[in-house]
Design a protein around this ligand. Structure first.
Ligand SMILES: Cc1cc2nc3c(=O)[nH]c(=O)nc-3n(C[C@H](O)[C@H](O)[C@H](O)COP(=O)(O)OP(=O)(O)OC[C@H]3O[C@@H](n4cnc5c(N)ncnc54)[C@H](O)[C@@H]3O)c2cc1C
Length: 530
């Protein structure tokens, strides 16, 4: 009988022998009665500061011993594997489907289409990974911005220079597995298949992403870099083609995976009367503190164990009376704070890491939710659906100016921010092109006051962290899409048949995994349409 066994505790430096021993103890059997061990999931248990952290495993194993009493949640019959995905034969395809955007959503949409036998054309406004890396270096080191190929645009999308956290809140286990298996087949560590908090650093992503593109090529797809979607051609509510860098391309299916920073796409869609709606967002700052403090706060005296790696945190201040909610987001342990821009004169910040996550600082966004009433109060845009973008731009323009108008990142010590003054920045920090600034001049007042009241108390939850050691960078404006491109039940735009908005820019997904899954799902909805 094949069993699924949960809650097997092993030391951090475990080997297969340790796992067999723990299973034998649990089932009261001999090792000879066990075969074909497969670890399904691995999470770290570091809750008790007086006990060395350990891994808790879920696994499957063939059990050949005497009959057992099964215990729900502990020892169960292993579930049967789900049916494998079979694509239907494809008929006569007059025009290949076009996928726009080579971020996680577009790459996985194009790969799914290619695996099903279509020969998709993948269009990307930015450069391929290698050239893009050089353009991003020039931006970070000298403030030279290429508006088409940068930290947000180019092969790999916004996920390329990221922390590469593969956080998956979705219950769509089958697609998550397919996405992770694709990453592993393209060079990611197989650990991501079992870890509860899987992570791929930016260094690994720059190898993995081109390998995914090569698979699309090998299956007959095509990729055009430095090629920008400028318009869509629609006749009586049906997509007839797209205009890419001045050239018309006939197609009946376009997967719009352009991410949430393609503001020109939202404007183009609004002009073409494609159904959109405004969406709440969250904005704030990126906070950086010494990683060693986070490690000791989370792991106590075990903090120096190499197997633990850099610790993470997640903090929330609930809404209380008139005080708004504030939460930490996209924590990058042992990472770097970076500046990001895709338009002249507008600047935003974010965090990234490498696979080792071994830099001396950890950072996270501290965000305050913002709804439609908040941003329309600040800017009365002619088109209320795009008011969220204007609200973001307001802060990004102020951040650009406060940073010296050359893409230096405005920053401050937390204690100076709390006192409302400008002081010198700490010499030790992850972002070298940072400029001392009064962040209150960049953020709307209600955001500044919320952060001033929330951050100190939130950080006190991490015992060892000292407020004087925290640095803030502004402004974090692009944590989610500012608008939603409305979809119907087939995954197509509710107003344009053949147009499949997907990924983060559609407003229905957020983060690497959910965007990749959304791209796969959109492609499958097209493939399985009669
Ligand atoms: C610095 C940073 C760190 C992050 N860290 C994490 C993390 O650790 N974990 C996580 O889950 N998420 C993280 N994110 C968020 C994550 O990267 C996004 O959620 C994800 O990339 C969205 O995927 P997407 O494919 O929908 O869009 P994107 O990744 O934004 O890709 C869209 C692509 O479309 C292209 N495009 C846009 N307009 C056009 C056009 N007109 N023509 C042709 N191409 C076009 C763009 O160039 C881009 O390559 C991070 C984001 C940033 C910026």
């Amino acid at each position: 009988m094949r069993l699924r066994i949960n809650q097997i505790a092993v030391r951090l430096a475990y080997d297969e022998g340790d796992v067999f021993k723990a299973v034998c103890r649990k089932l009261r059997c001999e090792k000879e009665q066990l075969d074909h061990l497969e670890i399904i999931r691995r999470s770290m248990d570091a809750r008790k500061k007086d006990r060395e952290p350990r891994y808790i495993l879920s696994l499957e194993i063939d059990y050949l011993g005497r009959p057992l009493t099964l215990q729900s949640g502990q020892v169960e019959k292993a579930p049967c594997p789900g049916p494998s995905r079979n694509f239907p034969p494809i008929g006569n395809v007059e025009h290949p489907p076009v996928v726009v955007g080579a971020g996680p959503a577009g790459l996985m949409a194009a790969l799914t289409l290619a695996e099903a036998g279509f020969k998709p054309l993948l269009i990307e406004r930015g450069a391929e990974t290698g050239d893009r890396g050089e353009q991003v270096e020039a931006f970070w080191k000298k403030g030279v911005l290429n508006t088409e190929s940068n930290v947000l645009f180019g092969e790999g999308g916004a996920g390329l220079f990221s922390d590469g956290k593969l956080t998956a809140r979705s219950k769509d286990r089958a697609r998550i597995r397919r996405f992770f298996e694709t990453l592993v087949a393209c060079g990611a560590s197989p650990d991501i298949l079992i870890d509860a908090a899987p992570h791929i650093g930016s260094d690994d992503l720059t190898r993995i992403i081109p390998a995914i593109r090569n698979r699309i090529w090998e299956l007959g797809g095509a990729c055009a870099f430095n090629s920008k979607l400028e318009n869509i051609q629609v006749e009586e509510g049906v997509l007839r083609g797209v205009v890419v860098s001045g050239k018309e391309i006939r197609t009946d299916a376009c997967f719009l995976a352009t991410g949430h920073s393609a503001r020109d796409i939202y404007s183009m869609l609004a002009e073409r009367q494609v159904a959109l709606e405004a969406k709440p967002l969250a904005v704030g700052v990126r906070l950086e503190i010494p990683q060693q403090r986070i490690d000791t706060a989370q792991y106590g005296r075990w903090a120096k164990l190499p197997a633990l790696g850099s610790a993470s945190f997640r903090l929330t201040r609930k809404e209380e009376g008139t005080a708004r909610r504030c939460y930490s987001f996209c924590m990058c342990p042992g990472g770097l704070v970076i500046s990001c821009a895709s338009s002249e004169g507008l600047l935003t910040t974010n965090g990234m890491s490498f696979s080792a996550r071994d830099k001396p600082f950890g950072n996270a966004a501290f965000l305050v939710p913002v709804d439609f009433a908040d941003y329309t109060a600040i800017d009365r845009n002619e088109n209320p659906v795009l008011a969220g973008i204007e609200f973001q731009k307001h802060m990004e323009r102020a951040a650009f100016e406060a940073g010296g108008s050359d893409y230096g990142l405005p920053a401050t010590r937390l204690i100076d921010f709390l006192e409302g003054k400008i002081g010198a920045l700490p010499a030790e920090r992850s972002c070298s092109r940072a400029v001392p600034a009064l962040l209150q001049n960049i953020l709307p007042e209600f955001i500044s006051t919320t952060l001033q009241s929330a951050i100190p108390n939130m950080l006190r939850e991490l015992n060892d962290v000292k407020l004087e050691e925290a640095t803030l960078y502004a402004a974090e404006t692009r944590s989610s899409a500012p608008a939603r491109i409305l979809r119907g039940p087939t995954g197509e735009s509710s107003t344009v048949k053949g147009l499949y908005p997907c990924g983060e820019g559609s407003g229905y997904a957020g983060g690497i995994v959910s965007s990749a899954l959304d791209g796969m799902k959109a492609a499958e909805q097209f493939i399985f349409t009669d």
